[in-house]
Design a protein. Structure first.
Length: 364
């Protein structure tokens, strides 16, 4: 795996200035804005790991208890922090999650949280999946996804329009990460090393600044963008920025929800998928699945109707959506279409928590 120090930075913001240049008021404001953004980014880096250690799910409610509750100051990610008084809806959501899950991992709120959560949860599941070496299906999902990533560079060049030379380093970092998982799994199966110590090497690698995680996150963005471009007729009707803010460069604007929509996939990918720090909207979630199942618990602060706990209308639970998964017809034919009697054949399932503008990882 490439050392973090050997990788060029893709997240730093450089502001150039000269005493010999007279700046307009707009340029001066732009420089101040960028400086403020860089300051916030540095504060986030100082206070938030890319991916935290396991946190008891019961501690999630601490974010919503009072005016002094911890907030997540983020760029692109809402973080769902507390403040502003007790939020009954969020507290109820935390109580509900505590009945289903034991822990969660907090993901840094830097606009890349979905991709980073997806990456870490995928890696962790692949590492822990079927470690019985005598099983005929041992590590089959790891091999399948490794094969997919190995060959993906040809696809993203041909269909995504990316320059091979520009993305080779990012692709190699993703390949190296999966190779490291294979190596560590083999060690775990042949030695008496403590499992947690073995995975901690991967965990630490994924927490290096400007290192493996950032490079793999950007490559996941490249894959997402390529999938969208490969099937534009399917995705073009769902292209929005997901930020809830207007943009004068957009083709159309929904004034009711203050969210703008794109009319072509390449433009959407160039502005919303490819740049680091841009939130992942639902169309990105749908596209990036690696044919595994992604379940997302939605905690948006709406109060749960606890009084109707026994009336079977499910209003006392959070809404959970499932994405991806390899679907097949009951007869065994792959590629079932809508309306077929289908079920998921994916061996992997990752579960994420959505709070306004932010994703974390959930554990049962």
């Amino acid at each position: 795996m490439t050392a973090a120090s050997d990788l060029p930075s893709i997240s730093s913001t450089t502001i150039l200035s000269s005493d010999n240049i007279t700046l307009s008021a707009h340029q001066e404001q732009d420089i101040k804005t960028r400086a403020q953004i860089e300051k916030i980014e540095n504060e986030i880096k100082a206070n938030q790991k890319l991916t935290s250690d396991l946190i008891p799910i019961t501690e999630l409610s601490n974010l919503y208890l009072d005016n002094n509750a911890t907030t997540s100051t983020t760029i692109g990610d809402g973080g769902g922090g507390g403040g502003g008084g007790v939020n009954k809806g969020f507290l109820q959501g935390c109580e509900y999650l505590a009945t289903k899950y034991t822990n969660y991992r907090a993901i840094r709120g830097d606009g890349n949280c979905y991709y980073r959560a997806f990456l870490y949860a995928l890696v962790e599941n692949l590492y822990n999946s079927n470690n019985d070496p005598s099983s005929s299906s041992s590590s089959s999902e790891l091999k399948r996804i490794s094969d997919y990533i190995n060959s993906s560079i040809d696809v993203v060049v041909q269909r995504g329009g990316y320059d091979r030379f520009a993305i080779e380093t990012f692709h190699e970092e993703m390949v190296d990460l999966l190779s490291t998982i294979t190596e560590e799994k083999d060690k775990k199966n042949t030695t008496d090393d403590d499992d947690s110590d073995s995975f901690s090497k991967i965990h630490n690698s994924l927490n290096e600044e400007n290192g493996t995680s950032d490079y793999c996150v950007w490559y996941l963005r490249v894959i997402t963008s390529t999938i969208l471009k490969s099937d534009p007729d399917r995705f073009v009707h769902y292209l929005n920025d997901g930020s809830g803010s207007d943009d004068p460069t957009s083709s159309s604007t929904n004034s009711s929800f203050n969210t703008y929509y794109y009319t072509d996939v390449p433009t959407y990918c160039a502005r919303e998928i490819d740049p680091m720090g841009k939130e992942c909207s639902m169309v990105g979630v749908l596209a990036l699945a690696f044919q595994i199942t992604v379940e997302i618990e939605y905690m948006d602060g709406k109060e749960l109707d606890i009084k109707n706990n026994n009336n079977n209308n499910n209003t006392n639970t959070l809404i959970k959506h499932s994405f991806g998964g390899r679907l097949h017809k009951e007869g065994g034919k792959d590629g079932a279409s809508d309306g077929d009697n289908v079920k998921s054949s994916s061996a992997l399932c990752i579960t994420l928590l959505y709070r306004p503008g932010h994703y974390d990882i959930l554990y049962k």
